[in-house]
Design a protein around this ligand. Structure first.
Ligand code: HEC
Length: 122
């Protein structure tokens, strides 16, 4: 291989990389397992992101009695659409985490969406 061939190949490669990375939204790679369950993935996510206000000992005071701290209550909010509506900040739902103007990270959202889609197994 002579040097012009190498330069050409490098240019081509750069173009290719630029093209593929500009193609659509930059997508975060999420490590989401085939099966998502409450005990394996979801409980800890809710604990980290939502227990500040929704934990059993504080929810009455801090989350207007909105229960999401155990399996059955979270499942109910998944079934009603409120869970996904609130974390994706969809219209008609109260955005969560409450009044922070930010969403939880997109991989956590994808994980919860998948859990709901798969029927919210415990
Ligand atoms: C800073 C406190 C706070 C945090 C953190 C928080 N919430 Fe809430 N949550 C509230 C309050 C307060 C309400 C009641 C709002 C109202 O009725 O006006 C509420 C209500 C809800 C509701 C009912 C929404 C509706 O449309 O009626 C859901 C579902 C919910 N929260 C889910 C979550 C989830 C999931 C998280 C974690 C990603 C979370 N919340 C984090 C305070 C919080």
């Amino acid at each position: 291989m002579n040097s012009t061939t190498i330069i050409k190949l490098t240019l081509l490669l750069t173009l290719f990389i630029n093209f593929t990375s500009c193609n659509g939204e930059p997508k975060q790679i999420c490590d989401i397992p085939q099966n998502v369950t409450y005990n394996d993935q979801i409980a800890s996510l809710i604990e980290v992101h939502c227990f500040k206000c929704h934990a059993q000992d504080v929810y009455k005071e801090k989350a207007s009695r909105n229960k999401i701290f155990d399996y059955s209550s979270l499942k109910k909010s998944g079934e009603s659409g409120q869970l996904i509506g609130s974390i994706t900040h969809a219209q008609g739902f109260i955005p969560m985490p409450y009044r922070k103007g930010v969403k939880i990270d997109s991989c956590a959202i994808e994980m919860i969406k998948k859990w709901v889609k798969l029927g919210m197994q415990e």
